[in-house]
Design a protein around this ligand. Structure first.
Ligand code: GDP
Length: 330
């Protein structure tokens, strides 16, 4: 299989619908697409409930986008996934099935479906290659989200095979950046720790709690890099199966917490609460396929954390709010 760019899809003059534009990823993709010669369309939850098929079909019949980016999803960290299994499975299945089927019905020229590297088996080889999909059991804590996203990848493949639709799927690693969910209970580790450590500094606390043992290894990518990769993939990629999007670099949760403490200026100690789940032990993506196409992430973690912390201070710190705009899904 060739890894050279196998399409040259032009965005010029295209009507691009970013589903989930109020989420961190969808919002970043809208900003990135603003640099392209295309028209961007969005629809908030008050206009269309993406979990309801007739609403999605009616909206798409009317809007007729040429390109669809499926960035709408019910997302959350290890705590949210574990405690809201029905919502994570049902909402995500409905959203993706409605949009992908609607895109086929209305003849969209290109669709980019976004998932996550948690679709891969818990004990997949590291770094995780795309072809490890469905070769072993999933991580228990986020299996609900993962099963839904695997169904989305397979839907894209099925519409490709049966109808020749140009539907592609990209699996980003753990993302962070402005407009993330800074909920202490339901957010992902990076925004949750950024907030907890900031609040510990403000309260002059001596220590701050980090969930788990601190030993799991994770990879973190700035959402602006993801947005850039999304535009790149729309233009240059067209084939079955998922393609990974990551930095190829990993860090332990302990090192992440230490780096955040240094960015925030917190001088207390870190307490590890091993009664909380660690999740999968290691999750590093194999980014060989995307690198071979000619794309690489450019934001260093420390710089990305500094920028995200500045954004948090300017937009959320002290407000009591967890996010600056309503959750994704619309
Ligand atoms: P995952 O990458 O799908 O496992 O999702 P998370 O981003 O929620 O969690 C990553 C890791 O960070 C796990 O090992 C957690 O135990 C650890 N962690 C440490 N502190 C926190 C926290 O405050 N919130 C979350 N969500 N995870 C934390």
């Amino acid at each position: 299989m060739s890894e050279t760019p196998n399409t040259a899809f032009s965005l010029e003059g295209r009507k691009v619908w970013v589903a989930g534009h109020r989420g961190m990823v969808g919002g970043a993709i809208v900003c990135r697409l603003a640099q392209e010669p295309c028209e961007i369309v969005t629809a908030g939850r008050e206009t269309v409930d993406l979990a309801r098929q007739t609403e999605v079909e009616d909206w798409m019949e009317n809007a007729r986008p040429d390109v669809v980016v499926v960035a709408a999803a019910k997302v959350g960290g290890i705590g949210a996934n574990d405690s809201l299994p029905a919502e994570f499975l049902y909402d995500n299945l409905m959203i993706e099935a409605n949009i992908l089927h609607g895109a086929w019905r209305t003849g969209a020229a290109k669709v980019l479906f976004l998932g996550s590297t948690c679709i891969y088996p818990r004990l997949a080889p590291q770094p995780i290659p795309e072809d490890s999909l469905l070769t072993g059991p999933l991580e228990e804590t986020n299996q609900w989200y993962a099963v839904a996203k695997i169904a989305g990848v397979k839907l894209c493949d099925a519409y490709r095979r049966q109808y020749g639709a140009d539907f592609i799927s990209a699996m980003p690693t753990n993302l962070y950046g402005p407009f993330d969910n800074f909920s202490l209970e339901n957010g992902h580790v990076l925004p949750a720790l950024l907030r907890r450590i900031h609040e510990a500094k403000e309260a002059r606390a001596r220590s701050v709690t980090v969930w788990g043992t601190g030993k799991p290894l994770r990879e973190f990518m700035h959402v602006d890099d993801m947005a850039d990769a999304a535009v790149f993939l729309l233009r240059h990629y067209s084939r079955e199966g998922p393609i990974n999007v990551g930095t190829g670099r990993e860090i332990s949760i302990r090192e992440l917490a230490e780096t955040i403490a240094s960015v925030v200026g917190f001088e207390g100690t870190l307490d590890f609460d091993s009664s909380k789940p660690d999740g999968t032990p290691r999750k590093l993506t194999d980014v060989g396929r995307l690198s071979a196409l000619g794309w690489q992430a450019s934001t260093e973690l420390r710089g990305g954390l500094e920028q995200t912390y500045r954004w948090y201070l300017d937009n959320l710190a002290g407000t009591g709010l967890e996010r600056a705009r309503p959750a994704a899904g619309g």
